[in-house]
Ligand binder design. Sequence first.
Ligand code: ADP
Ligand code: TRP
Length: 334
Amino acid sequence: MFDSDKVVLTGIKPTGMPHIGNYVGALKPMIELSQTHKTYMFIADLHSLNTIHDANTIRENTYAMAATMVAGGLNLNNAVLFRQSDIVPVYQLATLLMNVTPKGLMNRAHSYKAAVDRNAAAGLDTDAGVNMGLYTYPILMAADILLYGADIVPVGADQKQHVEFARDIAGYFNNAYGDVFRLPEPVIGRDNGLIPGLDGRKMSKSYDNTIAIFAPENELKRKIMRIITDSKTPDEPKNPDESTIFQLYKHFATDSEIAEFREMFLRGGMGYGTAKTRLFDRVNSVLGTPRSEYERLMQNRAELDAILADGAARARVVADKTIARVKRAMLGLN
Ligand code: ADP
Ligand code: TRP
């Protein structure tokens, strides 16, 4: 997909159990890229701190995210999988970058502006509930990206502006101190085909309509059976493009299976119950093997710790070099 010399990097926040939307939209594309590219994939636990103040939740979601990536087939030869907070230079770089980042840039960040707008609409002080973690979120994200010399940063559309800020910040830095940082590019691949949730809206933990990607079989079945449909009778023809069942199926089946299922919708004669059972069978058969691996890893925390420690050690080699160059440039220190 990209020039194979390019370094690919992305982070994902451990704010919930990874769901089918996260998997298809963000994790699976990274797993695929890891077969051919040097990739950095980290769990952005520091970024989750501005909303989650419960350490157990962050730890458990971090393990679930890491186990999902490994069970999903991340190529650990090419991919460096690590926990953001394990790398000390990222905190250092964020502090250093503060000094070349205009405050006005942070005022323009979508996530901060959204909080301000919500407050204004509610008649509150515009900064009510806004902590500095939220306000400076894009600086920490710039540190993540610039520390590892990323060329390509695959993100969802909502994160594009943050990657552009990282590029801007790298530019301000390079202007002042010489050519230290590589300029990253955002790639918006993830949202091609948003995965719908149980209620037909975008699958999102904010809507409580998710299916955990490696949910146990009985939970998977229960959730799929709960997908909201219209009230067409089994005999009536149905529009696959408006059906959550079909939209989910598309991500788990082969082209010929998809064509056949589409035809069954259009022809009529298939009830939604039957369609859901077919969806369940398909998803369950695709996810069965990685789910067992996921469950095994979640029971073997020491193995996950070892994978994350190995990733951190590999990430540190690059991070230490970058931070040394930055300190030399800014402070005259080695
Ligand atoms: P949530 O909406 O559940 O809070 P996040 O915003 O944490 O999910 O999602 C992390 C990434 O997962 C997003 O940047 C996006 O790439 C991907 N993603 C999330 N939900 C979906 C979805 N319904 N369809 C496709 N991709 C999704
Ligand atoms: N902010 C991203 C999100 O909410 C996660 C993230 C943190 C990230 N650091 C990153 C993504 C660096 C790409 C690159 O989804």
